[in-house]
Design a binder for this molecule. Structure first.
Ligand code: ATP
Ligand code: MG
Ligand code: MG
Length: 557
């Protein structure tokens, strides 16, 4: 029996609701920085934030945490919006932007100065670091720490007016240079960045630091439970310090949960961007990428991604999740919901010598063996057929036991074509190089849905008609990295572990005619081959088809 996944956040919320903390309300937010495309780790955060709001009849906001203009862009904003929608979530009210609160945040910075709790510091970044001390040693006060309120107000105004260069000075909170928690040693709260902003244009040249912007934005929006990943645990005292020392309209609380990490891939926007920028992959939505858009293009469904997030639970213990778990979530979904079809990925010609040229026979095959409601499709049968190269062998290997028998076609032997007739191979035609190029076979007209009399076919294989089929480029994907933890070797770069065989293209594949005009993102189980999804780059002339995931076990091999 499967253990019920844990979610300690839900336990906290249930206590809060019982005690009427936050006036019985639950308001969460998903706060991506628009500096890249979302990945599977973000899906965990999306499902947690939106899912929690849904569960407790609360609200979830979508907020772009856009305080770092140099690295952000509208393209990333658009992709994030579309990913959240694709996962099936709807945010409450407008889309929010931290940048919309810049005026308010600026006023609160001024407020801290007026309270003697912030100062403009002229130490260089290197000096600031040296003054900060380390875990064993208290820091030293900045020589600018005791500037007067008036001087600080004037300098901060000058910072805002663009009178200083980047790095020349910064606004810092005046907390405690001896605090054991390094985040409380007079953290920077505003820095100078002379760069246009995708939302605010050139209105600002000073931008708040994440720690100063985040909690205050939460307070402005009335967020009750601000859920973030564990690396922010040490920032929580600072989060609380700002909330306590500013006239904010609400008291949000931060809770941390463990990041999702998956083996054989990478969940860091910065590194994923490197894969894109260095053309290791074909864009952010390359089907090998662990981005939401990559998973989508690979053929993952929103239901499978959500199911996966449910399965992994929400805890405070870090651990690496096996890629197999994600794969099993999509396999279960597609097993139940993807129509079946036949596609020959590496074709070998079969000519039925006892079938007339130009004759077509049509079979009505069910779309799903266990679900009649999914209907049926028509599959055409002709004299010229194609089977998988791998499904033929000239001389059968000697079976060591009855499980080891050759279940496909061999010279002089019979095999059943799925949904059609039993054929027997009479002759093998080879080219000059000795490679098999065609099989001459006969079909047994008495075997449609009936076992042949007097002989036994080896097994069942899939096939398509050479004429009544559509050309496709089938793309088989494997793991993007050859190492379970591509980031784990301190002396080597994760790029050294990219799997050179992560994409195998089979451009001569042909799928049964029912796939003609199949829409991008529709999924199929190609019998014996796995689960596949139609790629957006498909044309009327040629389908491009991505393998989403293999079958649990191939039933004849
Ligand atoms: P990255 O390191 O990939 O850039 P990030 O944390 O900087 O990730 P944000 O855009 O700030 O990315 O993330 C938005 C939200 O998603 C944050 O609340 C963050 O904690 C959460 N998140 C990001 N990565 C993961 C992950 N691997 N697992 C769970 N939640 C994550
Ligand atoms: Mg972040
Ligand atoms: Mg980041």
């Amino acid at each position: 029996p499967q253990l019920k996944p844990t979610n300690f956040i839900h336990q906290i919320i249930e206590d809060d609701l019982k005690n009427n903390t936050h006036a019985g309300k639950v308001v969460t937010r998903f706060p991506p920085e628009p500096n890249g495309y979302l990945h599977i780790g973000h899906a965990k955060s999306i499902c947690l934030n939106f899912g929690t709001a849904e569960k407790y009849q609360g609200e979830c906001h979508l907020r772009f945490d856009d305080t770092n203009p140099g690295k952000e862009s509208q393209e990333y904003i658009d992709s994030i919006i579309s990913d959240v929608e694709w996962l099936g979530y709807q945010w409450a009210g407008e889309i929010r932007y931290t940048s919309h609160y810049f005026d308010q945040l600026y006023q609160w910075a001024v407020y801290l100065i007026e309270q003697g709790k912030a100062y403009v510091c002229d130490l260089s970044p290197e000096q600031t670091k040296a003054y900060r001390g380390n875990f064993n040693e208290p820091g030293k006060n900045s020589p600018y720490r005791d500037r007067s309120v008036e001087e600080n107000l004037a300098l901060f105004e000058k910072m805002r007016a663009g009178e200083f260069k980047e790095g020349e000075c910064a606004l810092r909170a005046k907390i405690d240079m001896a605090a054991p928690n390094m985040n409380l040693r007079d953290p920077m709260i505003y820095r100078i960045i002379h760069s246009g902003h995708h939302q605010t244009g050139d209105k600002w040249c000073i931008y708040p630091i994440y720690d100063f912007a985040h909690g205050q934005s939460d307070a402005i929006e009335g967020i009750t439970h601000s859920l973030c990943t564990l690396e922010f645990e040490d920032h929580r005292p600072l989060y609380d310090w700002f909330i306590e020392n500013l006239p904010v309209p609400a008291t949000p609380k931060q809770y941390e949960f463990s990041r999702l990490e998956l083996n054989y891939t990478i969940t860091s926007k910065r590194k994923l961007k490197q894969l894109v920028d260095e053309n290791v992959v074909d864009g952010w939505d390359d089907p090998r990428m662990p981005t939401i858009s990559g998973l989508r293009r690979r053929g993952y469904t929103p239901a499978a991604v959500r199911q996966f997030c449910e399965m992994i639970g929400v805890t405070r213990s870090n651990g690496v999740v096996d890629m197999g778990m994600l794969e099993s979530a999509i396999r279960d979904d597609l097993d139940a919901n993807a129509p079946r079809a036949m596609c020959v990925t590496q074709p070998l010609k079969v000519t039925l010598t006892n079938m007339e040229e130009g004759v077509e026979e049509w079979f009505e095959l069910p779309n799903h063996p266990k679900d009649e409601s999914m209907g049926s499709r028509r599959v055409g049968f002709t004299r010229n057929l194609l089977i998988e190269k791998d499904d033929f062998i000239e001389v059968k290997p000697v079976a060591k036991n009855k499980h080891d028998k050759w279940k496909r076609l061999a010279k002089g032997d019979a095999v059943r074509l799925r949904g059609a007739y039993v054929i027997t191979c009479q002759e093998v035609i080879k080219d000059e190089a000795g490679e098999i190029v065609e099989l001459l076979c006969t079909y047994d007209p008495a075997t449609k849905g009936v076992n042949p009399e007097g002989y036994k076919p080896n097994g069942v294989i899939h096939w398509v008609s050479a004429e009544l089929s559509v050309p496709c480029d089938v793309r088989l994907y494997d793991r993007l990295f050859t190492e379970a933890n591509p980031d784990g070797d301190k002396d080597r770069n994760f790029l050294d572990f990219v799997n050179p065989d992560s994409l195998v293209s089979l451009p001569d594949a042909r799928a049964e005619i029912s796939l003609k005009g199949a829409k991008p993102e529709s999924s199929f189980q190609f019998e014996r081959n796995g689960y596949f999804s139609i790629d957006k780059s498909s044309t009327d002339e040629k389908l491009v088809i991505n393998r989403t995931v293999g079958l649990r076990d191939s039933w004849t091999k």
